[in-house]
Design a protein around this ligand. Sequence first.
Ligand SMILES: Cc1ncc(COP(=O)(O)O)c(C=O)c1O
Length: 330
Amino acid sequence: MPVVSQRSQSVPLSPFRKLIPLADRARAAGKHIYHLNIGQPDIETHPTAVAKFRKLPWQILDYSPSNGIDTYREALRDYYARFDVAVTADEIMITTGGSEAILFFLLACLDPGDEIIIPEPFYANYNGFAHMAGVNVVPITCSIEDGFRLPDPAEFARKITPRTRAIVITNPNNPTGACYSRTALQGLAEIVREHDLYLCADEVYREFSYDTELQSILQLPDLDEHAIIIDSVSKRYSATGARVGALVTRNLTVRESVDRYAKLRLSPPGLGQRLSEIMLQDDGAYLAEVKEDYTARRDTVFQRLQAMPGVYSYKPGGAFLLLRPVSYLR
Ligand SMILES: Cc1ncc(COP(=O)(O)O)c(C=O)c1O
């Protein structure tokens, strides 16, 4: 029998998907399953946009441009402006979910054997994507006692080696829900400038910053050559099946490198982009309602955990996740 690749055998399994067969078996046995393994929102996908999308006329479901439909990228440019992020449509590259943006970033900016520094705990699929790109993940541990705040710049600096190419953060964070302050991000900005590294921020939970305004790395001055954003409509509009994300950077060389991969895979999803463009229109009321719902859920879960004897918890500032380490359970 022909053998499969060693690469496929050693890639870390997606921890989210690993649990599915167990859940399926339990469901078949009549048990109710609460999915805490994957960030699949139970909130309805932007209903008015979906209604408009269903009426879209089209005869041929064609490839879109490799970097995405122009009108969608222009609409996204205006969307980022809402967050004081000034980018042009050309600086936005549409991808097949945020997942492909992560992979494209690694393939475009790092060579096999290079390193990325990531505060841990981090979104576990970064391990798998890094493996695919032959990149080594260097974790830097955050602590529940201070709500998983970003470690001091000096701690990042200590992890830098000649193979370090990037610092990668997720803000608001998955799985901790931590949101990073402008001062903390400025600390990272200084390091990446000093050591000529990329600063990649996964901001797919941008809308869900509950106590403070989200700080994007693209708001920081003098970071144009370093800053790369990973984005996605999956959580924002409860549209994980649209498979539409984006890689945003002002660095032209990075965009040209990403473009080589984007052209190879021809096109991001056409239907998903059309839906995403509609979802961007008049989304204020929808997003406000979703945020209110998540805030109430966050508060309820936090209060209930606080009330449990022997359970240590903290209030996550964003995303829709809360981490409760088992070792803290007595
Ligand atoms: C932090 C983070 N980045 C990226 C992704 C991937 O999102 P997408 O569905 O757009 O591929 C997820 C999905 O859970 C995530 O939590």
